[in-house]
Design a binder for this molecule. Sequence first.
Ligand code: ADP
Length: 347
Amino acid sequence: MKQNKHRTLKLALLFSVIIFSIMTLSMLLIGVIIVMLYYTGHLGELDTLFLLIWFIFPSLITGIVIAFLVAIKGLQPVLKMCDAITKVAEGDFSVRFKEKYLIYEVSQMAECFNVMVKELDNMNTVHTNFINNVSHEFRTPLSAIEGYAAFLGNEQINKAERIQYANQIIGVTEKLSVIINNILLLSKISVENMKIEKEYFNLSESIREVLIMLENKWSVKKLSIDLELQDFLYLGSKEMMEEVWNNLIGNAIKFSDSGGQLKIKSLKNKNTVIVIISDNGIGMTKETQEKIYDKFFQADTSHSQDGAGLGLSIVKRIIAVHQGKIHIDSELNKGTTFTIDLPMLKK
Ligand code: ADP
């Protein structure tokens, strides 16, 4: 607010200096001409009133002409800005201001405009990619449903086949509803300055609850689970944290071979909480690790029916809204460890 007032005063001063310079310049010009005409004998003897009129009117006209020329030069960036804004409004995000302007404020306005258009361009790309990915994720299950429905319509198939196709349709629609729920969750938590509904809960207990929920998945694979959980109260969103454990432990199970081992550890230091989830499954290359938080990224397509590559984007965002950090250590064919650091938040 104070800075704005300061900048307004600066601009007003600049404007006054320009007007003052124009006036002085035009008066000087006419003054010099009158003196020259007088000394060369072209004016003869003049009375004061006549001299004054001779001075004021030409000065005024010269002033207007100079002001007009200065305004044309000064208003050029404003007109250019108008054209550029119209182009952006029509969806062209390639416009940029390249030149530097004499007035610092105008140069700054051009710079801010460039930053804004670049951001809009990025957002537009993210948006388009998101729509393309969503359409792609929906296309495959929808054609599967179409295919199974066509089989079901065939009168020649027996009861067992009918049940099998019906189950396939149920499986695919379940995957679709998981994708839709994840997209909705991601859009809900992606809001800037999102407020979380915080409550005190036992963080390790929430991990145990998720493990129980996932029991059918890890018991089928005969995974051994090594738990080292400290009990303490943590202030945050229990529902969101359960989503984090569900995704990380779910992935650890999904990307482990039968008979593998999961290790889950939670501990509280003075002001921070640390949760470590590790598996000795398929692991990841360095290139994969750089992309895992991207929306719809899946390195291992053999498990693509069990997810849509949104899980870790959701995890990262939830940790961020709790002001925490997530770190990955992974080696191909050796295993993966996710470490989460959460600060103890205040009410
Ligand atoms: P998805 O729901 O498809 O698993 P995620 O966002 O949870 O999507 O994970 C993105 C990708 O990261 C996965 O497809 C997989 O390639 C890789 N990934 C995630 N967790 C692990 C893990 N524990 N071990 C190996 N790869 C993993």
